[in-house]
Write a protein that binds this ligand. Sequence first.
Ligand code: GLC
Length: 433
Amino acid sequence: MRTKLLLFCVLFSVITNRSMAQGPYTPTAENLAQRQKFQDMKFGLFIHWGIYSILGDGEWVMHNKKIPYDSYKRLAGFFNPQEFNAKEWVAFAKQAGMKYITITSRHHDGFSMFGTKMSTYNIVDATPYHKDPLMELAKECEKEGIELHFYYSLLDWGRTDYAFGSPIVDGKPANGDWDSYIKFMKAQLTELITKYPGVKGIWFDGDWERTKVNWHYDEIYGLIHKLNPAIMVGNNHHVAPKDGEDFQMFEKDLPGGNTTGFAPDQTIGRLPLETCETINNSWGFNITDRSFKSSKQIIHYLVNAAGHNANFLLNIGPMPNGKIQSEFTDTLAIVGAWVQKNGESIYGTRGSSISAQPWGALTVKGKTVYVHITTPQGGPYIFIPQVKEKIAKAVLLSNGSAVKFKQQPEGVFIYTTGLTPDPVDTIIKLTMN
Ligand code: GLC
């Protein structure tokens, strides 16, 4: 009898474990198609916008200035972005050559920039604006063929169930209510995915604040893919991709780089890649930050990201009235004109197996290789090592004029003397046999 009971128990546990165990994530055909599309888009606009924008000191102002949550919450009462115009934002992104927008739906301050039913601490209920800018943006994006992705913070400085600062015991904050918090996030994500048209990505952030909790990613990612299998899930956790994710992101570094020190262990996986960077030195609106990147720096970032097989997500922090400052619009107009002219060497390309060179980077589309000379080193030629296929033709992208080259087993010499160099990026188009 005892052995029978034991056998029954073992069998029962095997069966239940089996049926409960989640196999590794298998992306659907729609998701795989979306990954290709994502990689083809190459250039996106990141937007950090929230009630913190009022203080003009970045999105970390509550934390950095040690503003008590109850005092910080007053900002909601002053947030009234009368000048916000979804049409203008989308047109601006489009003109800059961007194909998608990733916007903060809820940042670490816990304020929801959308009309959520899960908390009254949101733009519709808690501000005099009373409107939902993310809905307007979603509709406009859909109309204009721009993809919309939502940034979503895992970290919350204010909610009592999150209990910021609490010790973590057995994967949960001892002073909070972790199950309630996970439930809240799942409910908000459901709203974001089901109510807003055309959402194609969720961009998580804040995992790094609690490395010892169980974030329930299996449930959260599973829910997202159940609601819409095509949605691209990414997480700014600064480590290698986890099961259920669809793209890998890098913050302020090209894939493989770690100038920030955020990602000492972030190996490059096999998923589509994206790198994000700020247009000045801030994510959220910062009134004193004048360290604006030049159009040339931004174009080089885009080219280098593409050369590293990654998308470039460039961030701006709009002002609290809903306008985008002129320094950003001016610079991005120049970037847009450049992309308009040279887009074939960026959109739809993939990185080259030939790594970045001191003079620049390479992008590839089928049998075409684009050689981007962004940093001329002087001298009459550039050398591209390890070119395996035979080159049939080399021309200057800007005017189609023939470019001299000499192919050897070790690589290719491309002769640049006599070519009209471009001050930003001299692009040579190689057609391979
Ligand atoms: C960091 C910052 C956060 C910002 C994000 C964007 O995680 O903490 O404020 O939103 O970077 O990459």
